[in-house]
Design a protein around this ligand. Structure first.
Ligand code: FAD
Ligand code: MLT
Ligand code: ZN
Length: 462
């Protein structure tokens, strides 16, 4: 399925117009490599449809000709699912970027799949409303990509992941048929919930073209704090306590030692609280009235568990604290191409997991290092493994770390998805019967297997 003959190229081009059918090497390059630089593919064609009908026409032609496609939004995905690893056509949804009027009465909005998160946030904010998911890639990641990966981010502790924001989708299946449920009914028990199925489907079932999202009140009164802890266990205990005692808890993020040193160096700013800790939390409370007192009281109640605290009340001081969390991914990227592992652990296993990881990794690759941080409120740790001197680490680190996660009862993918990077490890969390059901679902939406063939579903054993 890699090369396309001239008549097929012309047929695709006639759907979107010559300026939106890209084939020159320099134009398709950025669509073929993922954000981390670890997954590099190639494509004969990038198509940039401007309407749902154009998406449907493209899929009809692709299905008839048995041409594989990879849907792509902002290309910020971290598991290699957004790039054409076997010469697939790239279907870029970035031109589906219409934000429909905000439905203030229902507190909902319909957004094109190519709308970026930042664009969506700016669109709803004048109505004192907010999108429930927020993450550092907000300027590039798209609503379609966030649904397809069931993105998490920093506010899952309050609003849940992308799946929980979804009231309906419009999508096109592999044969070019459109389905649309954008009425936004809060209660609608009419059988299978397709939006929920598409959330986390990573482009393997259908191309999402539009979504109806639930909105939340915009909470402008905020207080953030950075807390230093002697041990990871103390940070875990404090997180549990804060979740119980802060009604307006909006985020509980964690930065472990190596990540803190790395980001502090990258942003050329010294750590605002005690720098001899093992773990730091960034905690935020948000409300319509000043939440400083409830957060201060809860932090005070942590007593000796906390080594040191810095508080940010106004937007400048809060941003000063948050940059230590938001810049970590960029900071890691300056040190090489990491293998990004994104796992959830039961709270009772978190401290042991974090302390054992360096040893587990060095048993496989003596020179590799682990840079860890994450969303502690959700039990989600990002383990970034860097090889020696900017090189990639030994591939075996994946099976060592993910095997350990499964042994502890955790998930091998908390929020980034499976993509191509994790699909050979899916069996660690999903039984053979479940994977067989995945395959059956995939084939009922995409019988020819033309949508994102490299992602999520492992190859069948011969
Ligand atoms: P892409 O990368 O383009 O695609 C991702 C997957 O979705 C691919 O499998 C693709 O085929 C599929 N897809 C894309 N659009 C569609 C569509 N319209 N229809 C069907 N399938 C589609 N992720 C988190 O969960 N939490 C975080 O906190 C977080 N922080 C990040 C911070 C940084 C700095 C970076 C670079 C990434 C971060 N990510 C995070 C990962 C990434 O931003 C998310 O996975 C995001 O949801 C991807 O959106 P995208 O538009 O870039 O999708
Ligand atoms: C984050 O939480 O910042 C992201 O998931 C990105 C990453 O893991 O690097
Ligand atoms: Zn994350």
């Amino acid at each position: 399925m890699t090369s396309l003959d001239k008549s097929l190229l012309d047929e695709f081009e006639s759907i979107v117009g010559a300026s939106h059918a890209l084939h020159e090497d320099e134009l398709v390059a950025s669509y073929s490599t993922d954000w981390t630089g670890r997954f590099k593919g190639s494509t004969p064609l990038v198509l940039r449809p401007g309407t749902t009908e154009e998406v449907a026409q493209i899929l009809r032609v692709a299905s008839d000709a048995n041409v594989a496609l990879v849907p792509q939004g902002g290309n910020t995905g971290l598991v290699g699912g957004s790039v054409p690893l076997r010469g697939e056509v790239v279907l870029s949804l970035l031109r589906l970027n219409v934000c429909e009027p905000v439905d203030v009465l229902a507190q909902q909005v319909s957004l094109g799949a190519g709308v970026t998160l930042a664009q969506a946030q700016n669109h709803v904010s004048p109505f004192n409303l907010a999108i429930g998911v927020d993450l550092a890639a907000r300027d590039s990641c798209t609503i379609g990509g966030m649904i397809a990966t069931n993105a998490g981010g920093i506010n899952v502790v309050r609003y849940g992941p992308m799946r929980d924001q979804l009231l309906g989708v419009e999508a096109v299946t592999a044969d070019g048929s459109s389905i649309s449920h954008l009425e936004g009914l809060e209660k609608d028990n009419t059988g299978y919930h397709l939006p929920g199925l598409f959330a986390g489907s990573e482009g393997s079932l259908a191309v999402i073209t539009k979504a109806r999202l639930r909105l939340h009140p915009q909470l402008d009164e905020r207080c953030s704090a950075m807390l230093a802890f002697k041990s990871v266990g103390d940070a875990v205990s404090a997180t549990a306590q804060l979740r119980r005692s802060v009604p307006d808890l909006h985020a509980v993020e964690v930065i472990f030692r190596e990540a803190m040193d790395l980001v502090s160096d990258y942003i050329s700013t010294s750590i605002p609280v005690r720098s001899d800790g093992s773990a730091w939390l960034i905690v935020e409370a948000a409300s319509s009235s000043d939440p400083t007192d409830q957060l201060a009281q809860a932090i005070g109640d942590l007593g000796d568990l906390v080594l040191d605290v810095a508080v940010g009340h106004d937007s400048t001081s809060r941003a000063g604290l948050w940059q230590f969390r938001e810049k970590i991914t960029e900071a890691i990227a300056t040190r090489g191409t990491p293998h990004k592992l994104d796992v959830t652990l039961p709270a009772s296993e978190l401290a042991e997991f974090v302390s054992r990881i360096p040893e587990i990794i060095s048993e496989v690759d003596r020179r590799a290092t682990a840079v860890m941080f994450g969303h502690l409120g959700d039990g989600n740790v990002h383990v970034n493994v860097l090889g020696d001197d900017g090189l990639e680490p030994d591939n075996e680190v994946e099976s060592a770390v993910l095997g350990y996660v499964a042994q502890l009862g955790g998930s091998i993918s908390a929020e980034h998805g499976i993509g191509t990077a994790k699909k050979e490890f899916l069996h660690l969390n999903r039984s053979g019967q479940e994977i067989a059901i995945f395959r059956a679902i995939k084939s009922s939406f995409d019988p020819k297997g033309i949508l994102s063939p490299n992602t999520l579903i492992p190859a069948e054993e011969q």
